[in-house]
Design a protein around this ligand. Structure first.
Ligand code: IMP
Length: 424
């Protein structure tokens, strides 16, 4: 059986958690392959909102096994808090439904401090990181200094921990960023959380997934963040530190490229971004304010308000191509209800020349956006359940995007709840 992928096509927060939750009934295994607790995947059902950071979004279903792959970085402290949240709801047997790759790397308390010190030292040029220690942890991974989940089964891991911690403390001094912390407190919280982590099952996830595939199990790989935050293909340096695009699923799970099946690409009917960095279609007017308010655009991890703007088809086409998307899912269509006119960015005026591909440098001084206007709709979509109920202006919007992106839009989401999902 092939492994299907589900990825965000913009700057994250597209609604991946909701769609994984909707699709989980079709899969035996849901596997996270990159990122860490910088992600905030929101799911809503039975009137309750759940936010997951590290745990795959299939955890609320009995049928699915949830795998945290080798490409993920885990903060035991945040992970422990997530488990405690799950404990509040009856019947979520995470001990038997959640398994972790031995090759996943650990976020140490000093990784978080380093993130804060590095950001503080950048001043205005800061990335706008979630400060969860993601960048420093991936740096230690590629620098071959990291501590992996599997190390917790060895006797000497605490010595290696101490060596790395001491190095981090020296680096924090180097930044001279005046970060205040109580290391004893951070460490006692960390070691308590490690105990909880060790109560879960560690696996060699590449072998587990190979055997699962061989025995005919269906697997969905769940991405975090979005394609425009990819370390290679995103708006560098305003990106995260992992490959959020399709290839990241291969390296983050050990799945060979020829085993990838469908690639589900998720995008919002408009665009948002948290943190710093270029955003050509960003709005600073009432329209942007309306999107933020109606769409409740606040970061699920940090609570920061998200920047909002019109749909950027240039960036979206790029993401569809880089990922090899086979099916699209359009989220938050309901948020655009009430706009008389919608705008879609169809090309950039790049250094005086009109182009329809994403150039190397999309800073505002190089790029002026060219918009196409389309008629909006006023109907409230949130109670609709069938594609036949969608207003004709929304259908025109969808048809136009499908044609431009050369990919079918199979799901239109009209609200945060599991049930507010229209299949086409
Ligand atoms: P970091 O990955 O926490 O270092 O953050 C790097 C950049 O990616 C910042 O602009 C963050 O706001 C952004 N970012 C990281 N994770 C997410 C996410 O899950 N959703 C949206 N933006 C994110």
């Amino acid at each position: 059986m092939a492994v299907d992928l589900l990825l965000g096509l913009q700057w994250g927060d597209e609604g991946k958690g909701k769609i994984v939750d909707v699709l989980t009934k079709n899969y035996d295994i849901i596997a996270r392959f990159q990122g860490g607790p910088n992600a905030g995947h929101t799911l809503e059902f039975d009137g309750i909102k759940h936010v997951l950071h590290t745990i795959p979004s299939g955890i609320f279903h009995d049928n699915a096994m949830n795998v945290i792959g080798n490409g993920v970085v885990i903060d035991p402290v945040i992970f422990n808090r997530e488990l405690n949240n799950l404990n509040k709801f009856e019947g979520i047997d995470y001990k038997s439904k959640l398994i972790i790759s031995r090759k996943a790397h650990l976020i140490l308390p000093t990784h978080r401090l380093l993130d804060a010190a590095s950001e503080a030292s950048k001043g205005k040029a800061k990335i706008g990181s979630t400060l969860k220690g993601i960048g420093p942890t991936y740096m230690d991974k590629t620098g071959r200094n990291g501590i992996r989940v599997g190390d917790l089964e060895l006797t000497d891991w605490k010595d290696r921990y101490a060596t790395l911690r001491d190095k981090h403390l020296t680096m924090i001094d180097y930044y001279d960023a005046k970060i205040e912390f109580d290391l004893d407190e951070l460490e006692s919280e960390f070691f308590a959380a490690i105990k909880v982590l060790k109560s879960l099952r560690f696996i060699d996830s590449e072998e587990y997934l190979y055997q699962a595939q061989k025995s005919g199990k269906t697997i969905l790989a769940e991405g975090a963040q979005g394609s425009l935050l990819d370390i290679d293909f995103g708006t560098y340096p305003y990106v995260t530190s992992s490959n959020t695009t399709a290839a990241g699923a291969c390296t983050g799970l050990g799945v060979p490229p020829n085993q990838i099946g469908d690639v589900f690409g998720i995008f919002k009917a408009y665009t948002t971004r948290v943190g710093s960095g270029p955003f050509p279609t960003e709005l600073f007017d009432e329209a942007g304010e309306t999107m933020g308010r109606v769409g409740n655009e606040f970061g699920a991890t940090t609570g920061r308000p998200r920047r909002c703007g019109w749909l950027d088809l240039v960036a979206l086409k790029y993401a569809v191509r880089v990922n090899g998307v086979t099916q699209l899912m359009m989220m938050k269509g309901d948020v655009l209800s009430g706009f008389d006119t919608l705008k879609v960015c169809t090309s950039y005026n790049y250094k005086g020349k009109e182009i329809d591909h994403l150039p190397y440098n999309i800073e505002p001084e190089n790029v002026e956006v060219v918009y196409k206007e389309m008629a909006g709709w006023s109907e409230d979509l949130t109670g609709m359940t069938e594609a036949s109920q969608l207003p004709k202006e929304l259908n025109n919007y969808i048809d136009y995007l499908e044609k431009e992106l050369e990919t079918p839009i199979k799901i239109v989401s009209v609200g945060p709840d599991r049930t507010q999902t229209i299949h086409r």
